[in-house]
Ligand binder design. Structure first.
Ligand SMILES: [Fe+2]
Length: 302
């Protein structure tokens, strides 16, 4: 078999790379896939530009990294393809958004509140909002691994062995309050679906280590985030909140960041065990944003 040759171009100082010269609509041979996988975990965020992927092709490529999740929000799964979560502000005939549009207001890693949080997410851009030639809706990333590696030794010792609670319930409440405040300021109205008790009960709170070992690379990284961490286990509320704020601020230092400016046709993949991300809501209808996300199941953090 002939191996396909691609090149890797670094985008940020600690994370991010563009992988060029690969057409992901065609199956990769095992050797090429292994090299792509290695480049992905090394760079933590990678983009393949100018792709033309059907839902089935996106599922086929990203499914090679592991089992694909079916998102808890059934109403936003792509019909006929439960592995694909629609992320969009486009409205259906009833005037409701066809996809998740509030996924990513706060810094987070995807599904970190699950007992087995996702290993990686892949977002394929079908439509990207552009105003006056400027692309809107950038996605920002921060490397929790680079952040951990840069921590002073005293802080590393302080957080060694600590656990924190990741809570979907906490996240939903935090989002609800933020939406209410935004609406009160007249900023934007986000269409929000209420979750059923059964949906909420399917994602109970989990206790996970503050310092996590990456399941593939073995590198250690911080595993706290502002969206999902509701408490540091064993610390009084104020002390836990102060430590959490300090760690989150550290992760978000500019040197650990990469901001992705989207183009239609981008397949962007990020390593949820290595980075956090946040969406930038600086666009609204009639500017359309339409993306398809697949998410690979991970393993229990340790
Ligand atoms: Fe996300």
């Amino acid at each position: 078999m002939i191996h396909r040759v691609f090149s890797v171009h670094r985008l940020g100082r600690h994370l991010g790379a563009e992988i060029r010269d690969l057409d992901l609509s065609r199956p990769l041979d095992a050797h090429t896939f292994a090299a792509v996988s290695e480049a992905f975990f090394e760079n933590q965020v990678v983009v393949f530009r100018d792709q033309r992927l059907t839902p089935a092709q996106q599922i086929a490529f990203t499914g090679r990294f592991g089992v694909l999740e079916h998102h808890v929000r059934k109403e936003h799964r792509l019909e006929g393809h439960p592995e694909i979560l629609v992320v969009s502000n486009v409205l259906n005939e009833q005037g409701r958004a066809i996809g998740v549009q509030d996924a990513g207001r706060f810094w987070h890693s995807d599904l970190s509140y699950k007992a087995e949080p996702s290993l990686l997410s892949a977002l394929y851009a079908r439509e990207v909002p552009i105003r006056d030639g400027v692309v809107l809706g950038n996605t920002s990333f921060a490397s929790a691994i680079a952040a951990y590696e840069a921590l002073p030794h005293a802080m590393r010792r302080r957080i060694e062995g600590l656990k924190n609670v990741h809570s979907y319930r906490y996240y939903r409440e935090k989002n609800r309050v933020a939406q209410r405040d935004e609406q009160a300021r007249g900023e934007r109205i986000v269409d929000e679906y209420a979750l059923t008790d059964a949906q909420l009960q399917s994602v109970p709170d989990v206790e996970v280590p503050v310092v996590r070992t990456h399941p593939v690379t073995g590198r250690r990284g911080l595993f706290v985030n502002e969206a999902h961490t509701s408490a540091i286990v064993g610390l009084p509320g104020a002390e836990g909140a102060a430590l959490l704020a300090e760690l989150c601020a550290h992760i978000l230092r500019p040197e650990f960041r990469y901001e992705h400016v989207w183009r239609a046709g981008d397949l962007l993949m990020w390593d949820n065990a290595a980075v956090q991300h946040r969406a930038n809501f600086d666009y609204d209808l009639p500017l359309r944003r339409l993306m398809h996300r697949t998410t690979v199941r991970g393993s229990a953090p340790y």
